[in-house]
Design a protein around this ligand. Structure first.
Ligand SMILES: C[S@@+](CC[C@H](N)C(=O)[O-])C[C@H]1O[C@@H](n2cnc3c(N)ncnc32)[C@H](O)[C@@H]1O
Length: 188
């Protein structure tokens, strides 16, 4: 478990949480990939769990997870990590980690919540990124746990869609064609 000081530092980032609503790329991908029967986890949802709410309004089954002072028992499920999900997403979460130790810990927690045939979606926006994490570093970490990592970049924001099976995604069509870069890794 990270120290109180580290948890406080990630909690503070919620005030400056980047793109929300229609501009947020991760929930847009979740919406396209998840079905109404899927269980979805909004990992690091923020105190108000805005993406959880907007996806629920579209009929999806989403649980919100938070840590430290950003957890509100009326909004977040404190037992969220005891279950496995078809889709786990972290919007603006991996880029706010205070050090590599917590970065690795957070990705490990996320991947543990993904059921065997499930999907993990995370992003790397242009800022904040105090650690200077690169897309290569995120792909490398995800490839420890997933056999395929699809990567897409739109307007400077990188998005990673990781699976344990083969999943051919047309992220370019999912995102409406406004994609600058796309690649997929397969790991044996
Ligand atoms: C920048 S905010 C993003 C909030 C929301 N996901 C969004 O896109 O608007 C980052 C959030 O991730 C949470 N967070 C960071 N690391 C976490 C971890 N390991 N476990 C749970 N929540 C975490 C922080 O507490 C913070 O509320």
């Amino acid at each position: 478990m990270p120290s109180f000081a580290k948890i406080k530092s990630v909690n503070k980032t919620a005030r400056n949480s980047g793109a929300v609503g229609k501009n947020a790329i991760v929930p847009r991908i979740v919406e396209k990939l998840a079905g109404v029967k899927d269980k979805i986890l909004d990992f690091g949802s923020g105190p108000k769990a805005i993406h959880t709410q907007s996806l629920r309004a579209k009929g999806l089954n989403v649980i919100a997870h938070e840590i430290g002072e950003n957890r509100n028992l009326e909004i977040h499920d404190q037992n969220a990590l005891r279950r496995k999900y078809d889709v786990v997403f972290g919007s603006n979460v991996v880029n706010v980690q205070p050090d590599m130790e917590m970065f690795v810990w957070t990705i490990r927690k996320m991947q543990k919540a993904v059921r065997k045939a499930g999907i993990l979606i995370v992003n790397l926006p242009t800022s904040p990124n105090k650690l200077g994490i690169t897309r290569i570093r995120i792909s490398k970490e995800l490839r420890l746990y997933f056999s395929r990592v699809n990567v897409v970049c739109r307007n400077g924001t990188w998005v990673f869609v990781a699976t344990r099976g083969i999943l051919y995604l047309n992220l370019s069509s999912i995102l409406g064609g406004d994609v600058n870069y796309i690649e997929g890794f397969d790991v044996n």
